[in-house]
Write a protein that binds this ligand. Structure first.
Ligand SMILES: Cc1cc2nc3c(=O)[nH]c(=O)nc-3n(C[C@H](O)[C@H](O)[C@H](O)COP(=O)(O)OP(=O)(O)OC[C@H]3O[C@@H](n4cnc5c(N)ncnc54)[C@H](O)[C@@H]3O)c2cc1C
Length: 213
C-alpha cells in the first residue's frame, strides 16, 4: 500500500526518521513493516518507531553506506509516496504483562526503535532501557525516556553513562529475577547478552529478541 511522506528529520549525518501517513495501517508496538519505493521489489524491514496510537507512522533508519535501500530512502522527499507492507512480527508485549511486570530493554543503534514505540504506546511501563552506541550523537531522541530509565553504553567516547560496550555493562547489572528482557539490534550483541542474562539466572522464556543484521 502507498503511504505519503509527511516529513523527514535527520538525527545524525546517517540516521533519519521518516514520518508517513498512517492511513488504515494498524499495528502492535514492537512490530515491523516492509518499506520500499513504489514499483521497486527491493524492500527492507523497519521496526515501527511511532506509538500505536500516534496518528502517523514513523521509522528510524540508519543509512548503510554499502547498502541499497537505506541510501535510496534517505533521498526521498516530503509528499512522495512509499510502499509499505505489513505489519509483521511478534516482538510485542503481552497485555497482561504491561501493567505488572518490570522490563529490561537492550538495544544497539537503531534497535532502539521498537522500545521507543513501546514507551510511547504505554506511558506507565516499568522499564530500564540500555542503549549500546558508538557515539553520544546516537542517543536518538532520548528525551522521551525519563532520565532514570535510559542508560547509554557508549563505546567510542566517554560522554555516556558508561564508557564501553553494552554487554560489558550488562555483566555488572543487577537484574531482578522476574524481569522480562527484550533484545534488539545487532546479532552479536543479542548472542552475548543472551548468555549473560542466562548466566544471571534469567530463564529463556523471559528473553525475547529481534535481530536486525
Ligand atoms: C525485523 C527487522 C527490523 C529492522 N528494523 C530496522 C530499523 O528499525 N532501522 C534500521 O535502520 N534498520 C532496521 N533493519 C535493517 C534493515 O532492514 C536493512 O537491513 C538496513 O536498512 C540495510 O538495508 P540496505 O538495503 O541499505 O543494505 P543491504 O544491501 O540490505 O545490506 C548491506 C549490509 O549492511 C548490513 N547492515 C544492515 N543494517 C545495518 C546497520 N544498521 N548497520 C550496519 N550494517 C548493517 C547488512 O547485514 C549487509 O551486510 C531491520 C531488519 C530486520 C530484519
Amino acid at each position: 500500500m502507498l503511504h505519503k511522506i509527511q516529513s523527514l528529520r535527520n538525527l545524525t549525518d546517517s540516521t533519519y526518521i521518516i514520518r508517513l501517513d498512517k492511513n488504515n495501517f494498524d499495528f502492535r508496538s514492537g512490530q515491523y513493516l516492509s518499506l520500499g519505493l513504489p514499483d521497486d521489489s527491493n524492500m527492507r524491514e523497519y521496526s515501527i518507531y511511532s506509538g500505536s496510537n500516534d496518528p502517523y507512522l514513523e521509522v528510524l533508519i540508519k543509512e548503510v553506506k554499502e547498502g541499497d535501500v537505506s541510501i535510496l530512502l534517505k533521498k526521498t522527499k516530503m509528499g512522495q509516496a512509499l510502499n509499505i507492507e505489513g505489519p509483521y512480527g511478534f516482538f510485542t508485549l503481552r497485555e497482561e504483562d504491561i501493567e505488572n511486570k518490570q522490563f529490561l530493554f537492550l538495544a544497539t543503534g537503531t534497535g532502539i526503535s521498537p522500545f521507543h514505540s513501546f514507551v510511547k504506546s504505554n506511558p506507565n511501563l516499568k522499564y530500564m532501557l540500555i542503549h549500546g552506541i558508538r557515539l553520544k550523537s546516537e542517543t536518538y531522541e532520548k528525551e522521551i525516556y525519563s532520565k532514570q530509565n535510559y542508560f547509554s553504553a557508549i563505546s567510542q567516547d566517554s560522554n555516556g553513562n558508561f564508557h564501553g560496550r553494552l554487554t560489558s555493562y550488562l555483566k555488572t547489572f543487577n537484574i531482578v529475577p522476574n524481569t522480562l528482557c527484550y533484545l534488539c539490534g545487532n546479532v552479536d550483541m543479542i548472542h552475548d547478552a543472551y548468555d549473560i542474562l542466562q548466566g544471571k539466572g534469567i530463564p529463556v522464556d523471559q528473553i525475547h529478541s529481534e535481530v536486525y543484521f
